[in-house]
Design a protein around this ligand. Structure first.
Ligand code: GDP
Length: 297
């Protein structure tokens, strides 16, 4: 289960002060030391942990909290609030264009869940808003990727624009956008190629697609199981593309929490959605406060 180790360790860290009517500076120091270790073990980015611990300690120390009523409860509340802040405070909605179509470009490393997420998002818009999306298959390097998107399209009854694997992806996107204009689609998803790691050629192609399509939203799909490596991935894509948001996938797995807790604080870019399973319905809006409660258990 996601965050299992982190939840247990955070609870243990706070259990020691829970029963106490009075919490001393030394108690607080010990609790913060354990919280720090719990976060590092969950693979949260070092700088994020450092800032988090400092902020909680600053807020909790001093007579107001330590000598006030229920100091332990107040510290738990501070931890909850700061976890929420670290993940971005508020849910951030999808960017939308004021004229159709809203163009959403999807990027990410291979296997992160990009194609699946395109389908999930198109399906969500179709269900929630009765939207009429078009999905463009621009991953020409993995023939199976096009088939996979076509299959997803059939499953959710959303059209897919594809030109096989012999046409330049930028050209595919150009033609796909023309088709969307003809058909008055209100959303266009561009499923781009993923690679095993960030490389110059991939990044250049994504930049070229961005320049042509002027997307309203550039979402980076990241596998939550990659822990704080997610930060390096996000920084790499962001530097080149200036991403507008992140979708964190596989939160139904036994991820330790590092990616969820690091990305926003380390990159400044919001996590907008989370994938919590392989089915088309398994996509949720990311709510930092709910995630903090889930982590605290
Ligand atoms: P892409 O290479 O980035 O396009 O990745 P795919 O969309 O092909 O997904 C890779 C694998 O991850 C597939 O087996 C998906 O079913 C799976 N997957 C994607 N999102 C999730 C998720 O939120 N939870 C789980 N458990 N599996 C997912």
């Amino acid at each position: 289960m996601a965050f299992e180790g982190l939840t247990e360790r955070l609870q243990n860290a706070m259990k020691k002060i829970r029963g106490k009517g009075k919490v001393t500076d030394a108690d607080l120091r010990e609790t913060m030391r354990e919280i720090r270790l719990a976060l590092l073990e969950a693979d949260v980015n070092f700088d994020v942990v450092k800032n988090f611990v400092k902020t909680v300690r600053d807020r909790a120390s001093g007579t107001k909290v330590l000598e006030g009523l229920n100091p332990a409860q107040q510290i738990v509340k501070i931890v909850d609030e700061e976890l929420t802040k670290t993940m971005g405070e508020e849910a951030v909605p999808l960017n939308k264009s004021d004229k159709i179509p809203t163009i959403i470009m999807m990027s990410g490393l291979q296997g992160a869940g990009k194609t699946t997420t395109v389908g999930k998002l198109a399906n969500k818009l179709k269900t929630d808003e009765k939207a009429r999306p078009l999905m463009i298959a621009a991953d020409i390097y993995r023939p199976a990727a096009i088939d996979q998107l076509v299959q997803v399209g059939e499953q959710i009854d959303v059209p897919v624009f594809e030109m096989g694997t012999d046409v330049n992806p930028v050209e595919i996107v150009r033609k796909g956008l023309e088709k969307a204009a003809e058909d008055h689609n209100d959303y266009v998803f561009i499923d781009t190629a993923g690679r095993l790691q960030i490389d110059e050629q991939l990044m250049q192609e994504l930049s070229d697609i961005k320049e042509l399509a002027h997307p309203d939203e550039i979402l980076l799909v990241i596998d939550a199981m990659t822990g704080q490596n997610a930060v390096a991935t996000a920084e790499g894509f962001d530097k080149k593309l200036d991403i507008t948001g992140v979708v964190l996938t596989k939160l139904d797995g036994d991820t330790r929490g590092g990616a969820a807790l690091s990305i926003r604080a380390a990159t400044g870019k919001p996590i907008k959605f989370v994938g919590q399973g392989e089915k088309m319905a398994d996509l949720d809006v990311f709510h930092p406060d709910r995630m903090a409660s889930r982590i605290l258990g």
